[in-house]
Ligand binder design. Structure first.
Ligand code: AMP
Length: 426
């Protein structure tokens, strides 16, 4: 038997209603806040991520699915990567299509995406090698912290709408990439005496970008890391002011948060504001549902014009897990057929097909039974399929054009003509 690859999975029909619900709430939020959808390719040149996400990040260093595509005419081949995240792709697209070309000062390009990402991580509950993200990016010449607070307000609305309320917003500032130098020197000096006690990955981080040691999940390293100086303590003046304004904008919106100086986020492109939203219950170790931040300068790194950027991604897989059971149950129920047609006898079955077509054209979800079944068996099947109603069509009903609509939850039944049924479901 051929099965799914480790770290990947089928999202089965029983779960799909929950995915659709989250996608629908997200699309509605994006509409209200002025984001437009973009769909970028799942494969990109490897260089996009090695330059964009950064060589020192865990993602680029050890988690990318990269292969040489020999289809290129010159046969030398081209290094291609399954996208591990989508911000670099969106910024590439922004540059490639010159979306900034007719911008007025302060005008923003607001984009969102939904789709699969790929990282070769150790699979566990809530962590997959193919997972799905919904994300958004705000690009332009403005780095107003009010933009950041507005995006977080939108996320707050999403989560409230999905009834995911037991969460904490963690915020931090990782400073300005150009003035980070002094801090990094001090950080390396603080790590050095204990370097031997750090894990192998941290040795690599120490050598390439010492800030990345804060991403380490290793227990032994965590104890050492908790004593290191944080970047938040040594912010440059402008970054400090930016962070203060960001917090004031959150306060003005009544959005609560916790400042977490060790949270630097796993990607090299972040500058200044970084944030995460964690679920306080139900998700176990992989409880970060949203991650995001500011990435001024990413465009320049990718060969584009000077651009400010702010964005986030949330994990659909984890949001599905975080949905409260009552919300999940009502979404599954809403996806069930509204009417299961039970027809008794050949003539009634032929007529039932015409009734089904009319009901479906009126927008009602109808299932037609193609097998010959006794009434009791047919009703049991309707029940098993979670249909809310059975419509009973026998010889008499076919002749009178009035059908028996049975509410399966309540056990009540009434005799109705097609128009009356349609009016009932309108
Ligand atoms: P990141 O791009 O690493 O900032 O991740 C943003 C969000 O995507 C996280 O908060 C998770 O909800 C989700 N995510 C990241 N990696 C995985 C994974 N391997 N499996 C499932 N969800 C993930």
């Amino acid at each position: 038997m051929i099965q799914t690859i480790r770290g990947t999975r089928d999202i089965l029909p029983e779960e799909i209603a929950l995915w659709h619900r989250i996608e629908a709430v997200a699309s509605e939020g994006f509409r209200r806040y002025g984001f437009r959808e973009i769909r970028t390719p799942i494969i990109e040149k490897t260089e996009l991520f090695s330059r964009g996400v950064g060589e020192s990040s865990d993602i680029v260093n050890k988690e990318m699915y990269t292969f040489t595509d020999r289809a290129r005419e010159d046969r030398a081949g081209e290094s291609i990567t399954l996208r591990p995240e989508c911000t670099a792709s969106v910024v590439r697209s922004y540059i490639q299509h010159r979306m900034y070309a007719d911008h007025s000062p302060g005008e923003l390009t607001k984009l969102y995406y939904i789709g699969p990402m790929f990282r070769r991580e150790r699979p566990q509950a809530g962590r997959y090698r193919q997972f799905f993200q919904v994300g958004a990016e705000v690009l332009g010449d403005s780095d107003d912290p009010a933009i950041e607070a507005e995006v977080i307000e939108m996320l707050d609305w999403f989560l409230g709408e999905l009834k995911i309320t037991d969460t904490t917003l963690l915020i931090n500032s990782v400073g300005d990439a150009t003035t980070r130098g002094d801090y990094l020197v001090g950080l390396r000096e603080a790590i050095e005496p204990d370097l031997e006690s750090y894990c192998e990955d941290c040795h690599h981080r120490y050598a390439t970008n010492a800030l990345r040691v804060f991403d380490c999940k290793n227990e032994a390293c965590r104890a050492l890391i908790s004593r290191l100086p944080t970047i938040t303590e040594s912010l440059d003046e402008a970054s400090r002011e930016h962070f203060a304004q960001f917090r004031a904008h959150l306060d003005a919106r009544g959005i609560g948060y916790t400042v977490r100086p060790e949270m630097v986020r796993g990607l090299d492109y972040y500058t200044r504001t970084a944030f995460e939203i964690v679920a306080n219950s139900g998700l176990g170790a992989q409880n970060t549902i949203v991650g995001g931040g500011r990435y001024d300068g990413l465009s320049e790194t990718l060969g584009g014009p000077p651009t400010k950027g702010f964005g986030f991604a949330f994990g659909l897989d984890r949001l599905v897990m975080a949905l409260p059971e009552s919300e999940a149950a009502s979404r599954r129920a809403a996806a069930a057929p509204e009417i299961f047609i039970v027809s008794l006898g050949d003539e009634a079955r032929a007529h039932a097909a015409l009734v089904a077509r009319e009901l479906r054209r009126a927008g009602i979800a109808v299932l037609l039974d193609f097998s010959e079944r006794k009434m009791k068996k047919a009703l049991a099947l309707a029940d098993k399929l979670h249909a809310r109603h059975a419509l009973i069509i026998g010889e008499n009903e076919t002749a009178s054009r009035r059908y028996g609509l049975k509410n399966l939850a309540e056990g009540t039944q009434e005799s109705l003509a097609i128009d009356e049924i349609i009016a009932k479901f309108a």
